[in-house]
Design a protein around this ligand. Structure first.
Ligand SMILES: Cc1cc2nc3c(=O)[nH]c(=O)nc-3n(C[C@H](O)[C@H](O)[C@H](O)COP(=O)(O)OP(=O)(O)OC[C@H]3O[C@@H](n4cnc5c(N)ncnc54)[C@H](O)[C@@H]3O)c2cc1C
Length: 285
């Protein structure tokens, strides 16, 4: 975990962006600590809220000089609706940064960044870091329909290698974001694939990437309770460097994992022996 701070962050601006709301928050203690792939949790419902659980969001961008962090919020339920309606001058209670960021390539290589909908939020900042290190980037971005696409313009400002896929065909190719993935990896000879999203998507991205000999880093959007490792609601079976399977917490041990090490077929259900092999302990790394 990345030394998070809890802060009352002032909303500097709240603007619509397609199906999302872009919130720029003043969080000067948190901003310098953020790397691409870190997330934040935000309290919703006010001080007497019965909504005990904070809501998790990728940090889209952090600007240490300005002391800001940016979130892109999709309204799905009561918590995200409330957050999307906050306006400049109001405060939100956030904890950031949380989790582990994406590891950057050790050498300048070709990389492919893949996500659907709001899960694309951390990818533009990641792409900028990769390019700063001399690497190349390509994108495959998807959504159910055109309105849900996120980050396409930012991706196009960085590279010509941007594939857009929508399930209803309202923009780009028609289908799932994983449909053109194999061809996209081959087209730019990607050696590392970075993906962000729910476990079923990441399982498929890992399968395709690893099958083509690319390394695959996955940022897992698991349903989270506390976001700080206490509740262990977000555990995922992961094979450690010692070859032992363990239930690993997405929020603190991840959310970024080596896709080759995750037991994707058991994600959400856990292995048959939830404590792992005798003596291994739960959620140890
Ligand atoms: C690590 C992480 C990063 C995230 N980053 C972002 C982000 O950058 N932007 C963003 O808009 N959302 C993001 N989410 C999803 C966000 O946390 C949920 O949409 C939010 O918690 C829903 O809260 P709610 O009170 O509005 O809805 P609830 O009442 O809790 O749920 C409303 C509906 O949304 C569904 N839902 C809940 N969580 C998710 C989810 N993770 N993905 C899809 N559907 C969900 C529920 O099943 C339900 O149908 C992220 C989640 C995680 C775990």
């Amino acid at each position: 975990m990345a030394n998070p701070v809890r802060t009352a962050a002032e909303v500097l601006s709240s603007t619509p962006e397609g199906a999302y709301r872009r919130l720029v928050l003043h969080a000067p203690a948190a901003a310098p600590r953020v790397g691409p792939g870190h997330f934040t949790t935000v309290a919703v419902g006010g001080p007497l809220s019965s909504a005990l659980l904070r809501r998790a969001f990728w940090i889209h961008r952090a600007d240490p000089a300005a002391g800001t962090v940016e979130l892109l919020v999709e309204e799905l339920g009561a918590g995200t609706r409330e957050l999307a309606r906050t306006r400049a001058g109001e405060q939100v209670d956030l904890i950031a940064p949380l989790g582990t960021p994406f590891p950057l390539p050790e050498a300048p290589v070709s990389t492919l960044l893949v996500a659907t909908g709001h899960s694309a939020a951390p990818l533009p900042a990641l792409a900028e870091e990769i390019r700063r290190g001399g690497g190349q980037v390509g994108f495959v971005l998807g959504a159910a329909s055109a309105e849900g696409l996120l980050g396409v313009e930012q991706a196009r400002a960085l590279t010509a290698d941007v594939l857009v896929v929508t399930e209803d065909g309202s923009a780009g190719l028609t289908g799932q974001v994983t449909d053109p993935l194999g061809e996209a990896i081959k087209a730019i000879d990607a050696r590392v694939v970075y993906a962000c999203g729910p476990p079923p998507l990441l399982a498929e991205v890992s399968r395709i990437s690893l099958g083509l000999g690319a390394r695959c880093w996955t940022a897992v959007e698991a349903a989270m309770g506390c976001g700080t490792g206490l509740c262990a609601a977000c555990v995922l079976p992961v094979v450690g460097a010692d070859g032992v399977d363990r239930l690993t917490r997405c929020c603190t041990d991840g959310p970024v994992f080596d896709g080759a090490r995750v037991r994707w077929s058991q994600a959400g259900s856990g292995p048959p022996d939830p404590a792992g092999p005798a003596g291994a302990g739960v959620a140890a790394r």
